[in-house]
Design a protein around this ligand. Structure first.
Ligand code: PLP
Length: 362
């Protein structure tokens, strides 16, 4: 029996516009080869920086384009090594590892279906030194799939202003919305004073290009650029120029529409299968993104033939599971959930297999 992966938070192969990107890469080299194949500005490929800056209404000098947004997160963690950082519980595990490796004192604040619990946040803020920043993934969160409600967004920005707090809004999934109205980003509500915004073309074009970015206050941008220079001199300009060519040709929105439909079918398959197969469990109902958060009646154990990541990897409770619907086909999703359900009924508990056992989620 081949294992079905509900662990991999990566796009299904058909989400990646391979032929068009091959053409864009060639065109980027032909048009601007001596720039994109040389060392260049550490902040990124200038036309792309300008495109991002315009989209977010800031000066290009406030945009730092990195080799994936995770690289920018690593720079931010370097900058605030040893400080206190507040995160959501659960949260994306890689930042947790990056922060831990830099001696950061991490405080985890619980969430509910409407996102970060702001009363719990206020208590956590009162209970310790002022954190260097609050790390949040407000839209289609990894791992929970939850989205912070509009009222809470406003309140969070208010809290940040009152307490002069820096908030890092990590938003790689915001544009991958299948339905419902888009709430304003924290960055939009705040106007870019207290909120650092990060996003990526990993979920909207292709992760292998490794193009992510940060919109930063000017002073912090200069500090992170200094860290970036001493790490790689220049980020991978070819990937950035390929992304820019893709945008310049007007491919971004049509591709997003295509990707949304592919993922919507997968999300629907997962929710339908959960309703049929696991009536004793509860789960999040995301309007976009890659993930569903499953809460089982008992602790998680072993499930033959299906891989997933246990919620504990993200700081979640032992009865929680992250299910990714992004990677496999709708039929495989249905079969994967069926196998999970069979394991739950057979033993009353299930365990992570495959990628989960290696201790890394995407
Ligand atoms: C919340 C979150 N932030 C950042 C990343 C990393 O994105 P990138 O590919 O831009 O490094 C991911 C990838 O899955 C993610 O889920």
């Amino acid at each position: 029996m081949e294992t079905i992966s509900l662990a991999r938070g990566v796009p299904a192969p058909e989400c990646i516009p391979v032929e068009e990107l091959a053409d864009c890469a060639r065109a980027a080299v032909q048009r601007d080869g001596t720039t994109v194949l040389s060392y260049g500005p550490v902040g990124g490929y200038q036309p792309l920086r300008e495109w991002i800056a315009e989209r977010h209404g800031v000066e290009p000098s406030r945009v730092l384009v990195t080799n994936g947004s995770l690289q920018g997160l690593a720079f931010l963690a370097d900058r605030f090594a040893g400080a206190r950082v507040v995160v959501e519980q659960p949260t994306y595990d890689r930042p947790l590892k990056l922060l831990a490796a830099r001696g950061v004192d991490v405080t985890a604040v619980p969430m509910d279906d409407d996102g970060l619990d702001l009363d719990a946040l206020a208590k956590a803020l009162d209970a310790g030194p002022k954190p260097a920043f609050v790390y949040t993934i407000p839209t289609f969160q990894n791992p929970s799939g939850r989205t912070l409600g509009v009222e809470r967004r406003k309140q969070l920005v208010e809290i940040a202003r009152e307490r002069d707090l820096l908030v890092l809004e990590d938003d790689p999934y915001g544009l991958v919305r299948f339905e419902g109205d888009r709430p304003p980003t924290l960055f939009e509500l705040d106007g870019g004073e207290q909120v650092v915004y990060s996003s990526s073309f990993s979920k909207t074009i292709a992760p292998g290009l490794r193009v992510g970015y940060f919109v930063l206050p000017q002073a912090l941008d200069a500090e992170l650029e200094a860290l970036a220079v001493s790490t790689y001199i220049t980020p991978v300009l070819l990937g950035q120029a390929t992304v820019f060519e893709f945008l310049r040709r007007g491919n971004f929105e049509p591709n997003l529409e295509r990707v949304r439909e592919l993922l919507r079918a997968r999300r629907d398959a997962m929710i339908d299968a959960l309703e049929q197969e696991l009536p004793s469990a509860t789960w999040s109902r995301p309007q976009g993104g890659y993930f569903v958060w499953l809460e089982l009646p008992q602790e998680v154990g072993d499930a033959p033939g299906v891989a997933f990541v246990p919620g504990t990897d993200f700081g979640g409770a032992p009865n929680t599971v992250r299910l990714a619907f992004s990677y496999v086909s709708p039929d495989e999703i249905r079969e994967g959930v069926r196998r999970l359900s069979a394991a739950v009924s057979a033993r009353g508990e299930v365990a992570a297999a495959g990628p989960a056992s290696r201790g890394y989620a995407t």
